[in-house]
Ligand binder design. Structure first.
Ligand SMILES: [Mg+2]
Length: 310
């Protein structure tokens, strides 16, 4: 084979390879749903030079630690939410917050300058009330006075359940011992946890959340708690029900690698971990497979979604 023929053959093969590569990328972009691409790409991060591509329809956003910490907004949160509003993506804020009522949380977000509607917020307290009503429960409520507002009209005499949310003032021997005795006296009644987060981010630092106290009750009565909020699959699915979209076209952004990211990924959502709020170095290695994407904050996450997932 002469040198010229060899070079022409080599050029043709290279062109064909390039052509096939482009066609494959087109196929991948148009036909693979988010979750399928997730399997192809495994764990990636926002600096990856091979981001997935495709069509997301809904974005679920965690609040505490992702959008704000207590009454302080995460610096990029306002602009990130505004950018999402300019797209056709559905938006819902999903929170495990159980320290205050939905109305109180909504007012706090408005005071921070967020353009958010009340019905865009889906809280674990709302889900807990739905569960209590459906099963006609009369729970002993271990909740803050503010959170109790979300349970107005629910009977609680002669309790047939114990429901626990984040209530630092009541996480003491007296209240927990009362709950323990109710559960011990009635072995068939459920212990319900609004969530089982290990810790939360406060301005003063990380603080104990509901999980350690629920776990103390579980241990004492040798009974597992029913979990209402994230990472419960039913909670995620209920939050997107109104949109009529699939989990596979939903993206979840959050600062809790287990409750937000792993919980969402388990039902086929695309999970993005942000490095704000409760995030600590190495959190991304605590779940297998790792997060679909890791971003510095919600601003970076929204940029990632618009660039790669729409
Ligand atoms: Mg959070």
């Amino acid at each position: 084979m002469s040198l010229n023929i060899f070079l022409r053959t080599f050029h043709n093969l290279t062109s064909k390879r390039q052509f096939l590569k482009i066609q494959w990328k087109k196929l991948e972009k148009n036909y693979f749903p988010v979750q399928k691409r997730n399997h192809l790409s495994q764990s990636i991060n926002s600096n990856s030079d091979m981001p997935p591509s495709g069509k997301a329809r809904t974005v679920l956003i965690d609040l505490s630690g992702t959008v704000h910490v207590e009454s302080t907004a995460i610096s990029t949160a306002h602009s990130a939410i505004e950018r999402l509003r300019d797209t056709s993506l559905n938006i819902r804020f999903v929170t495990n917050s159980s320290k205050e009522s939905k109305l109180s949380l909504y007012k706090r977000l408005k005071n921070m300058g967020f353009d958010i509607k009340m019905d865009e917020i889906f809280t674990s307290l709302t889900a807990a009330r739905q569960l209590v009503e459906t099963r006609k429960l009369r729970p002993m409520l271990i909740l803050t006075e503010e959170a109790m507002d979300d349970f107005k009209g629910i009977p609680n005499e002669d309790p047939n359940a114990v429901l626990v949310g984040l209530t630092p003032d009541k996480f003491n021997y007296e209240h927990l011992n009362t709950a323990f005795r109710v559960l011990l006296d009635k072995p068939d009644i459920p212990l319900i946890a609004i969530n089982k987060a290990r810790y939360i981010k406060q301005l003063s630092g990380l603080s104990l959340a509901t999980g350690p106290f629920v776990t103390a009750l579980e241990y004492a009565v040798d009974r597992k708690a029913e979990l209402v909020g994230k990472p419960n699959s039913a909670f995620f699915l209920e939050s997107i029900k109104d949109f009529g979209c699939e989990a596979s076209s939903t993206v979840m952004i959050g600062d809790d690698v287990r409750d937000d990211v792993e919980g969402a990924m388990k039902i086929g959502m695309f999970g993005i971990l942000v490095k704000t709020g409760k995030y600590r170095d190495g959190d991304e290695t605590k779940i297998k497979p790792g997060p679909d994407a890791i971003c510095s904050d919600i601003g970076d996450a929204v940029e990632y979604i618009i660039t790669n997932l729409t």
